[in-house]
Design a protein around this ligand. Structure first.
Ligand code: PGA
Length: 248
């Protein structure tokens, strides 16, 4: 089974208009030159700007959205607004949403489910905290994350999972490749239990301090199909080096 790799930039609450123009100018040729899929998750106010500059080889996604139809929800954006800006992906369940904004598993699956129903491709993040890893609970946490996050999502190859150990996000501590493979292989086995053979088609990414220097060894692991990249995706040259080193 060959799964097309994905390299996804999660800009979080970073970059502004003028940085974005320059970034896109530099990254479009890289995307045009790779067999991998390149995705950018900008802050939502820049979705349309990024989508306009993206060209046909870069896909764009929202970092967050609300599940309701348009209405009186101050501060929120709907799935249709995300699509209207030219985005095709929707992130759900990032650990910063879960931990800083207290998003429950119920909220995560509602967001992912609505995104899927309305034609966006959900990218769902799961992962254990340091305390959970040290207590030997990693696989239990992943099992429960997968079951809960997919409750409202239909079995489909067009779903992406990102395994992001919370302790590796933004810390410079990358999960050793054998441990990342163990977790991601386990996630695939859980997907198979839930959804059957389509599990072999689902892309599962690793995220957490991915850099140009560690992506190749992560991509060499059997079940790792790409990266979700935060800090190292803020500069076009390091994001480009990740795409290039990850697809060799
Ligand atoms: P990082 O972030 O690459 O800065 O660790 C990854 C993420 O949060 O998606």
């Amino acid at each position: 089974m060959t799964r097309r790799p994905i390299f996804a930039a999660n800009w979080k609450m970073n970059l502004e208009s003028s940085d974005i123009d320059k970034f896109m100018e530099d990254i479009v040729p890289v995307a045009n030159n790779t067999s991998a899929e390149v995705v950018i998750f900008p802050p939502s106010v820049y979705l349309a700007q990024v989508a306009k500059a993206a060209g046909s080889k870069i896909r764009v996604g929202s970092q967050n959205h609300y599940w309701e139809k348009p209405g009186a929800f101050t501060g929120e954006i709907s799935v249709n607004m995300v699509k209207d800006c030219g985005a095709t992906y929707a992130l759900a369940g990032h650990s910063e949403r879960r931990h800083i904004f207290n998003e429950s598993a119920e909220i995560v699956t509602r967001k992912a489910g609505v995104a899927q129903k309305e034609g966006l491709l959900p990218m769902i993040c799961v992962g254990e905290t340091l305390e959970e890893r040290e207590a030997g609970e990693t696989l239990d946490v992943l099992r429960s994350d997968i079951i809960c996050s997919l409750r409202d999502v239909e079995a489909n190859a067009d779903v992406v999972i990102a395994y992001e150990p919370v302790w590796a996000i933004g810390t410079g501590l990358t999960c050793p490749p054998d441990k990342a493979q163990e977790a991601i292989g386990y996630i695939r086995s859980q997907l198979r239990e839930l959804w059957g053979d389509v599990a072999d088609e689902i892309r599962i990414l690793y995220g957490g301090s991915v850099k140009p220097g560690n992506i190749a060894e992560l991509m060499a692991c059997q079940d790792i199909d790409g990266g979700l990249i935060g800090g190292a995706s803020l500069k076009a040259d390091s994001f480009a080096a990740i795409i290039e080193n990850g697809t060799k």
